[in-house]
Design a protein around this ligand. Structure first.
Ligand code: PMP
Ligand code: GLU
Length: 394
């Protein structure tokens, strides 16, 4: 066999696969409404594009420092100071090719054979497979919908074993949009400090929050928490920069240095032009973030309200991100248009085939019986998509 044992344990990202399928169908002329996208539907703001153009014109097109340029690191350090009240030095920061790459490097740097990673479910699809690529095991903690899909301190305590190395906290969450309060995070941080567990804080949706909710990073909840946390964040979601591939991490020097070594032996620096664009995103005007949040808030209110009027569907109202995660368990075990639908995966396939709407089933998020709908698409699309959904379920 040509392939390594490690790579045979993983699958391609299901979220990327569904969005690619929806795009391919659209390109073939099929009238698809996609709720699959994990990316903002607006364009990258002009000030950011201008910074990239300037970088090209100035010949900023060569190799850069592996872990990020001084100007971008300074912008990231400033962001942590103003947004989170956290003080980092440049050696505690690494810039990677997307938050996903930061997470991948981090998993490679801290996890290995015999280690366990605690992942609360529903979880973002890539955590378990990234842990497998590091030869580590995953311990899933299934959260309850009635707890707002949040892991309780009791659940965390119970899941910790001798082999537990780290826990992932993703708030606001993909796929539920649920976000922890500061008090809830403080309680989880206290357990991790006491039990000596590394915290991997995936804060990528930090800025996409609604109704005055403010997202706290777990690293800032107790002074000691910062020393045992690696924060992962990036510009993809907040600045509509998914294609630019810039993410970053902040944490203890030795972990960041190890991530830098992995990066220097694999990708080298992220794209020079994107580094300049990201520096502008973080240090330039933040107006576009506000505008985007205003738009998302409206869509969230609409989609949640409408989903809750559909018989057999129950939808939690999330505090952040741009996803809703309706419970569709009551729709299962029934026949639609002559087709028996037993699982959320079958339901998503049925909706794509018969109603031309793309959704992501709960299964790859570790939550069968749910669907993930991204509302990073126009209100008009959301309306038409939900009309089709209603019709398909009649
Ligand atoms: N974490 C979560 C929870 C995500 O949803 C995403 C989106 N792909 C990422 C990390 C990675 O984002 P990116 O690599 O585009 O920065
Ligand atoms: N995070 C986005 C999503 O969940 C993008 C796809 C991916 O990176 O898996 O849809």
């Amino acid at each position: 066999m040509l392939l390594s044992g490690r790579v045979q344990k993983i699958k391609p990202s299901p979220t990327l696969a569904i969005e690619a399928k929806a795009k391919a169908l659209k390109a073939r002329g099929v009238d698809i409404i996609s709720f699959g996208a994990g990316e903002p539907d607006c364009d990258t703001p002009d000030n950011i594009k201008d910074a990239a153009r300037k970088a090209i014109d100035a010949g900023f097109t060569k190799y850069c420092p592996v872990t990020g340029t001084p100007d971008l690191k300074a912008a990231i350090i400033e962001k942590f100071k103003t947004d989170n009240g956290l003080v980092y030095t440049p050696e505690e920061i690494i810039v990677s090719c997307g938050a996903k790459h930061s997470l991948y490097n981090l998993f490679q740097a801290v996890l290995g054979k015999g280690d366990e990673l605690i992942v609360p479910a529903p979880y973002w699809v890539s955590y378990p497979d990234m842990a497998l690529l590091a030869d580590a095991k995953v311990r899933i903690v299934t959260t309850k919908e009635r707890d707002g899909f949040k892991m309780t301190p009791a659940q965390l305590s119970k899941a910790i074993r001798k082999k537990t190395k780290a826990v992932v906290i993703n708030s606001p969450s993909n796929p539920t949009g649920s976000a922890y309060t500061t008090e809830e995070l403080r309680a989880l941080a206290a357990i991790c400090i006491e039990r000596n567990i590394l915290i991997i804080a995936d804060d990528i949706y930090e800025k996409l929050v609604y109704d005055g909710f403010s997202a706290t990073t777990i690293a800032a909840t107790i002074p000691e928490a910062k020393n045992i946390t690696v924060i992962v964040n990036g510009v993809s979601k907040a600045y509509a920069m998914t294609g630019w591939r810039i993410g970053y991490a902040a944490g203890p020097k030795e972990i960041i240095a190890a991530m830098g070594n992995i990066q220097s032996q694999s990708t080298s620096n992220p794209t020079s032009i994107s580094l300049k664009a990201a520096a502008e995103a973080l240090s330039g005007s933040q107006d576009s973030v506000k505008t985007m949040c205003g738009e998302f808030a409206q869509r969230r209110d609409y989609i949640v309200e409408r989903l809750n009027t559909i018989k057999g569907v129950r939808c939690f109202k999330p505090q952040g991100a741009f996803y809703v995660f309706p419970n569709v368990k009551k729709l299962l075990g029934k026949t639609y248009g002559g087709i028996l639908i037993n699982t959320s995966a079958e339901l998503a396939a049925y909706l794509l085939d018969t109603a031309q709407i793309a959704t992501v089933p709960g299964e790859p998020f570790g939550a069968p019986g749910y669907l993930r709908l991204s509302y990073a698409t126009s209100l008009a699309n959301i309306k038409t998509g939900l009309d089709r959904l209603e019709q398909a379920l009649k």
